[in-house]
Design a binder for this molecule. Structure first.
Ligand SMILES: Nc1ncnc2c1ncn2[C@@H]1O[C@H](COP(=O)(O)OP(=O)(O)OP(=O)(O)O)[C@@H](O)[C@H]1O
Length: 226
C-alpha cells in the first residue's frame, strides 16, 4: 500500500512524446506532469487528444517515444522494469472492464496475484475480501456474462486492488455505465483512494466526473492545456 509520508512525487512524467505509425501520428507532445502520493487527479480532453496514451505511459503499459516516467524516483523501463512496475504498483480499471469471460468473478480477481506467485489460499482469501468490500459477496461464483455492467466494473476494481498497488489508474471507468452505477463506481474509487491513501488517476471526458477530483488537467492535441 502507498505511503503518503514518502517524500517527493509518486510519479513524474518528464517531457513525454509518443508517436504512432512511424511518426505519422503524434499522440503526445512535450507532456510533463508530477503526481503526489495519495493524490486524486483527473485527466480530460476531447476524443483523440492523447488521454489514454498518457495513462498507458504512466501505467507502464507502453513506453514513450522520448521522455521519461519515474516511479518514486526510479526510471521506468530502466531502474524498474515495466512488468514489475505494473504487477506490483499499478491497478488498472478500463471502460470495457476487460474481465476474462471464462473465469468466475472470484477467479478474475486472482489473476494479478498469479504474477506475484501468491499462494492459492492467500489468493482466494484476498479475492473474497475484496469482492465483499465491493458488495459482491453473493456474486463471487458468477461468470462476467451473468453480471450487470456495474457488477462487472466492481469485479474489475477488486481485481485492480488485488496486489495492493499504490496507484490506481482508470480509463473512462464509468463510460459503459448508467448514471446510478456511475455514481456508485465513483463513490467506490474515491472511497478507496481516501481509505488507503492511494494515488487515483482517472481519464474521463465527463466534466462532472473530472470536477470530483481536487486536481484536473486537460489535454488537447497531445499537450497539457492547464
Ligand atoms: N496504437 C495506436 N496506433 C496508432 N495510433 C494510435 C494508437 N493509439 C492511439 N492512437 C492515436 O493517437 C491519438 C491519441 O489517442 P488516445 O487514445 O490517446 O486519445 P484519447 O484522448 O484517449 O481518445 P478517446 O477519448 O477517443 O479515447 C489518436 O489520434 C489516436 O488515433
Amino acid at each position: 500500500m502507498s505511503n503518503p509520508a514518502k517524500p517527493g512525487p509518486i510519479l513524474e512524467a518528464c517531457n513525454l512524446f509518443k508517436s504512432y505509425d512511424e511518426g505519422r501520428i503524434e499522440a503526445l507532445r512535450e507532456v510533463s506532469v508530477s503526481i503526489q502520493h495519495g493524490e486524486f487527479l483527473a485527466i480530460s480532453g476531447p476524443s483523440g487528444s492523447g488521454k489514454s496514451t498518457l495513462l498507458q505511459l504512466i501505467g507502464g503499459l507502453d513506453a514513450p517515444t522520448s521522455g521519461e516516467v519515474y516511479f518514486e524516483g526510479s526510471l521506468l523501463g530502466s531502474a524498474i522494469d515495466l512488468d514489475t512496475y505494473r504487477a506490483k504498483h499499478v491497478g488498472f480499471v478500463f471502460q470495457a472492464f476487460h474481465l476474462m469471460p471464462t473465469l468466475r468473478a472470484i477467479e478474475n480477481v486472482q489473476v494479478p496475484m498469479l504474477a506475484l506467485k501468491t499462494s492459492a489460499d492467500d489468493r482466494v482469501k484476498r479475492a473474497e475480501t475484496l469482492l465483499m468490500e465491493m458488495g459482491l459477496e453473493n456474486r463471487m461464483g458468477q461468470y462476467p456474462n451473468q453480471l450487470s455492467a456495474g457488477e462487472r466494473q466492481r469485479v474489475a476494481i477488486a481485481r485492480a486492488l488485488a496486489n495492493s498497488p499504490s496507484i490506481l489508474v482508470a480509463d473512462e471507468p464509468t463510460g459503459n455505465l448508467d448514471s446510478v452505477n456511475s455514481a456508485r463506481i465513483m463513490e467506490m474509487l474515491t472511497g478507496i483512494q481516501k481509505k488507503h491513501g492511494m494515488t487515483l488517476i482517472i481519464v474521463t471526458h465527463e466534466n462532472d466526473i473530472a470536477e470530483m477530483a481536487p486536481r484536473h488537467i486537460r489535454i488537447r492535441d497531445g499537450r497539457v492545456e492547464s
